[in-house]
Every structure is written in structure tokens, then in C-alpha cells.
Design a protein around this ligand. Structure first.
Ligand code: EPZ
Length: 454
């Protein structure tokens, strides 16, 4: 930890890795946190800099390990990455882009899914690319079939190797008509990053339209790309031969904002989330209100707190503008304290309810139905993916020894420990550095009572 010891955080004598916390719960979190730029935009905008022929500047870049992975992968390909002209900004100079050695790429791939998005830009710059096997949270098998099918339609030749995939584009890349089987965020980004410099027009149907996608489109347009967003998830891209660098300030991190809001709800606290904006959080705010939360929208952020007793809700995760799959884990902790039966229906990933095991160990009453809930109405075609957690409350939570399963599940474990009575030992907290910048400093600033013990 870099910050000097303050308040309630004491650190073990040995140099702690910040991976194991002893958390004493039962205290409301109160105070102010500033959300960073969005992890799931900044990492993609960094990849987009490969497509430009001049320097790019990205602002409000979060200090996260996922950003570090992308920075290393850009550097092994010859991009000069340095601090920009303001705190939290990066200067990306792609003028010396060159091929990298497979083992170097492998070494830097880390536990991230972003490397798959290097395909299009590297094929445009170098005519070839090697992408190592992907990491990322274990919340499903995370296939990349939509990505590879799209790249083949652009004219790429995809060769599967034991350690990853090698791609080439013997005749260059040309525009294509692509319909995604599902509005996949990553696959939409794959198409955007490939189509902008392909020869001809690309028509993308059933595209993801998350605010982070629209922000990536803004980045590409600043570079000189010609992209139009039509109704009904259709995006047209007219390929151009040259793109320049961009200067862009990342959209705020909606997942971090929703996570701190859920922490205020669960601990009956009050947290001002500086940088959060209402427009990109509409669906979250509706569910928050129905669960008994209240919020005040300010020019520079949103104040989150309870508005009265917690209430049970039925929520189904969905693609934007629905309730984001990344929001359900932190919210579920508060639902364990609501009077009555809540249902959280996960329809995006097939294995994103594992975090509830720890909540049950702490006293929550949660039953996970591995194949969703029976019933006539079936909104999504991906029936086999669905899981539904039925939560009955209120159930007092008590401290326990728990291990963080993934990024957003891990955040919910920390909130649960803060909500529970007594002490919890939470291991594997390191993974939170992938998605929450200065996480322990922010916890401390909000009055959490914890020790870093490993
Ligand atoms: C992005 O993942 C985010 N990650 C995820 O956030 C987020 O949960 C997800 O979008 C949905 O919003 C990043 O942006 C780095 P998808 P991505 O492609 O692009 C299936 C976090 O906590 N699918 O929209 O991988 C897939 O298995 C992370 O920050 C295929 O079947 O999500 C999933 O069931 C977690 N084939 C569904 O589509 C494919 O080729 C949605 O995935 C691609 C995806």
C-alpha cells in the first residue's frame, strides 16, 4: 500500500500484498468517492490507438491491472506509451508499430480478455497477429466464436494454435455484412476496430449499444472513422484508408458507480459518487429506488443512500439499456436484508451466481436455480444460459472466512463483510485491482474498519 496508515486501517508487519483483508462489519459506509474512467472503455480505446498514424491521448484512464495488461501488449508491439499532460492520462505513439514475438505476447496477456481486440488493428498495421488464450473472470466459458466468425467475414485467415490463435489477411481486409447471434459487447468492438480501416462498407446487425460502445464510436470518429448508428442495433461503418490519433476523456465507470451505490444500500450508509451521471445509469437508478434506495442527482455526481426500509425486487440482467449483468452481484447483498422474496435472473452469463455461496455461508437465504425459473414467458432466446437466484430476507449476516471468486462477485463479498456483524477474513481481494482503482484507499475513506493481513 502506498498511502500512510490512517484511521482504522492497520497493516500486518510483513509487507502485505493487499490480498487478504480482516473486515469488521456493522458500520455504515459514509463519504465521497470519485469514480474513474470506465475500465471497459479505456482498455478498448488504448487498442484503438494502434489504428492511428499519429499520437493519441486518453484521459481519465483508471489505474487498473487490466489497463496495465493492454499497455504492455501495446509496448511489445512497438507503441510508445507514456504519461500524458494531466494526471490519469496516457500518451500513445503508434509510429513504430512492429510485430512482436509470440512468447512476449503470451507473457503479457495476463488474466484479461482484451487481447482478442488486437486482431483487427494488428492485421491492418502488420498483416498478421498472434492472440494468446484469453483470461478474464470465470463467469462462464467466455467463447470468442462471434469474434472469429466476424474476422473471417472481413477476409482474415484464422489458425488455431495450442497457445492461442494466429491471424493473417493475405488479401487485406474488406467490408462485410455481419449479424451477431447476440448483442455481444466484445464482438461489437471487434467489428468496429476492424471495419474502420477495411476496404468498403460494413453493416453490423444486432450490435451491442452499451454507453461504452458509443464512447468507443466517439473515439473512432475523432480518428476520422465514418460510423453511423441506426435504429434497432444496426451500425454502418465506411472503411477509410487512414486514421489519425485521438484526444479523448473516457466515460465514467458505470460498474464502479453502481458498486459503491450498492455498498451504501447494504450498509445503510450514504456515498457521494463523484463523476457518476444519471443518463447512463437510468435502469440502475430505477431498480435502486424500487429496492428502497434513494439518490440525489448533482452536477458533479450522485448521492446514494437508503430512502427507508429495503424492499425485495425482481430483476433480470440484460444488454443495454437493461440492467447490466455486472450490477447484480453488489446489489444482491442488499437484497439479503430486504423484507420478502427477491429474484435476480442472470441471462447474460451462464455461471455468474457462484458468489452467492459465500453470502449463504454468512447467513443469507439464497437458492440458485441453475436453469432459470420455469414459466411460460421466456424473454431471452438463450434459455440454456439462465440462472436465477431467489433471495429471502431479511437474514442477519455474520462474519465468515470467504474467498473472492471473480471481480464483481469479489466486490459483493467485501460489501457482505461490511454488512455482517463480526469479523470476516476475505481472501483473493487482489483481483479487485482489475476493476476498482485505489479500492482499499476508497474503503478507508468511507470509514470501513479493516486490516490488510496478507
Ligand atoms: C464485456 O465482456 C465486459 N468486459 C464485461 O464486464 C461485461 O459483463 C460484458 O461485456 C457484458 O456487458 C469487458 O468489456 C472487458 P459479451 P464481453 O461478449 O465483451 C457470449 C466486468 O466485470 N459470447 O457481451 O466478454 C458470452 O459468453 C466484465 O468488467 C459468445 O457466446 O461480454 C456471454 O454469455 C465481466 N461468443 C455473452 O455473449 C462470443 O464470441 C455476453 O458476452 C462472445 C460472447
Amino acid at each position: 500500500m502506498t498511502t500512510p496508515l490512517q484511521g482504522t486501517r492497520r497493516e500486518a508487519t510483513a509487507a502485505p500484498r493487499g490480498d487478504v483483508l480482516a473486515i469488521r462489519g456493522g458500520r455504515a459506509l459514509r463519504g465521497r468517492v470519485k469514480v474513474t474512467g470506465a475500465k471497459n472503455l479505456a482498455t478498448k480505446a488504448m487498442v484503438a490507438s494502434l489504428l492511428g498514424e499519429t499520437v493519441s491521448v486518453l484521459r481519465d484512464v483508471p489505474e487498473l491491472s487490466d489497463v496495465g495488461v493492454v499497455r504492455s501488449l501495446l509496448e511489445v508491439h512497438g507503441v510508445h506509451v507514456s504519461e500524458g499532460d494531466e494526471p490519469g492520462s496516457l500518451r500513445l505513439d503508434p509510429s513504430d508499430v512492429e510485430s512482436a514475438h509470440m512468447e512476449e505476447i503470451d507473457a503479457h496477456a495476463g488474466a484479461s480478455r482484451i487481447p482478442i481486440l488486437f486482431c483487427g488493428p494488428l492485421l491492418h498495421r502488420l498483416g498478421q497477429a498472434f492472440i494468446p488464450d484469453l483470461g478474464g473472470c470465470r463467469i462462464g466459458d467466455r467463447p470468442i466464436d462471434f469474434h472469429l466468425d466476424a474476422l473471417r467475414k472481413f477476409g482474415a485467415v484464422v489458425e488455431k494454435l495450442p497457445s492461442g490463435i494466429r491471424l493473417s489477411a493475405p488479401e487485406g481486409l474488406h467490408g462485410a455484412e455481419i449479424t451477431l447471434p447476440y448483442p455481444s459487447v466484445g464482438a461489437t468492438e471487434q467489428v468496429l476496430l476492424t471495419a474502420v480501416r477495411a476496404d468498403g462498407v460494413t453493416e453490423l446487425h444486432n450490435a451491442a449499444i452499451e454507453p461504452e460502445i458509443m464512447d468507443l464510436i466517439a473515439v473512432l470518429q475523432k480518428m476520422g472513422a465514418i460510423i453511423s448508428y441506426e435504429p434497432n442495433r444496426v451500425i454502418f461503418i465506411e472503411g477509410v484508408p487512414h486514421l489519425r490519433g485521438y484526444d479523448h476523456r473516457s466515460i465514467f465507470d458505470r460498474n464502479e458507480a453502481a458498486s459503491w451505490a450498492s455498498a451504501a444500500l447494504a450498509t445503510d450508509g450514504e456515498i457521494f459518487v463523484e463523476g457518476a451521471r444519471q443518463q447512463e445509469m437510468l435502469t440502475f437508478l430505477n431498480v435502486y429506488r424500487k429496492a428502497g434506495g434513494w439518490f440525489d442527482i448533482h452536477e458533479d455526481g450522485i448521492l446514494f443512500r437508503r430512502g427507508g426500509p429495503l424492499k425485495p425486487v425482481v430483476v433480470e440482467t440484460d444488454v443495454h439499456p437493461g440492467f447490466m449483468t455486472d450490477w447484480q452481484q453488489p446489489l444482491t447483498v442488499a437484497l439479503t436484508q430486504a423484507e420478502g422474496e427477491s429474484i435476480v435472473h442472470e441471462t447474460v452469463y451462464e455461471n455468474r451466481m457462484g458468489f452467492t455461496d459465500a453470502l449463504v455461508k454468512m447467513g443469507a437465504d439464497i437458492v440458485v436455480h441453475p436453469h432459470g425459473l420455469d414459466g411460460g414467458y421466456r424473454r431471452v432466446a438463450r434459455r440454456e444460459l439462465e440462472q436465477a437466484a431467489v433471495i429471502n430476507g431479511p437474514t442477519p449476516l455474520h462474519g465468515a472466512d470467504i474467498v473472492v471468486p471473480d471481480l464483481r462477485g469479489g466486490y459483493s463479498h467485501v460489501i457482505a463483510a461490511l454488512t455482517a456483524s463480526g469479523e470476516s477474513i476475505v481472501s483473493g481481494v487482489e483481483i479487485l485491482s482489475r476493476g476498482y482503482e485505489k479500492f482499499l484507499d476508497k474503503l478507508e475513506a468511507l470509514g470501513a474498519d479493516f486490516d490488510v493481513i496478507g
